[in-house]
Design a protein around this ligand. Sequence first.
Ligand code: 2P0
Length: 325
Amino acid sequence: MDNTATARARANIALVKYWGKADVELNTPAVGSISITLDTLWSQTQVRFVPGLDSDRFVLNDLSDRKQLARVSACLDLLRARAGVDTRADVASRNNFPTGAGLASSASGFAALVTAAAAALDLQLSDRELSIFARRGSGSAARSIFGGYVEMHAGSATDGCDSYAEPLAPPEAWPLQVVVAITNAGAKAVGSGPGMQRSAQSSPYYAAWVDTSPRDLAAARAAIAARDFEKLAAVAEHSCLKMHAAALASEPALLYWNAATVECMHAIWRLRREGVAVFFTIDAGPQVKAVCAPGARAQVAAALESLPGVVETLVSGLGPGVELL
Ligand code: 2P0
């Protein structure tokens, strides 16, 4: 092995959301989730194992990132244990989109990290094993190993071995488009990990959120298999709003939206009433992701850009799984 590898992984957006953990240590989710992997939003990560290095180093977008280092190191430790080595690593990662603002930078970041680290250690891992390692770094990262439409299984094994993602359909099977309306590019106040823990501990709606997730997963799976846009729109908006309802009812409250977030939701509903194939989803941040039919992309982007508070829009199709470069 030459100790160095680079991988690129794309961000993904959940249509049926992950919110809440079954086991914090193993980072297994309390609910399954279904996502689409994007094409144009990616993290690219180089991992270089350097004999003699005292500790891991992590540089994100050319800046040393001490805050994330412990999380990166913990993830590398799992791969080092698998490889039976103790060598520390130099990790350099780059996101081509705003970090920590609800745009799934930890998903693409940890998917790229584990894929590059496994290759640098010369581990021959299956995509499923990579997905499990990525999950330990960040739950949503398990999904970014795969392209197109992806389902994450919550699993029930005590060691987390059945908590992984797998592909449902390739990107070209149903080439939907995503218009991301950025309403605030700053990092969010409460990250999703602590946010979901708070909801699990204090939201009276959390149990209902977990209990009703299997039926949302089944509905989304069926809608994707049938390429039924209206059904997918209905279940995706329901899952999103239910997740945010559970978060809102946490103590202290978690409100990830701003005024422009709500403006975007109303605009998307207006477009849909006018016959445009578009729906929204929103993660643990104020950005709105509008998922639409290919022909509706320009109209959706123009409508969202015209709203007060929308700073910019990013447009993406669906993309492939993680790639070693
Ligand atoms: C999702 N989110 O399904 C949901 C919807 C945010 C809202 O997955 O603690 O950063 O690292 O496992 O993966 C973001 O959560 O959480 C997320 P950790 P992660 O996309």
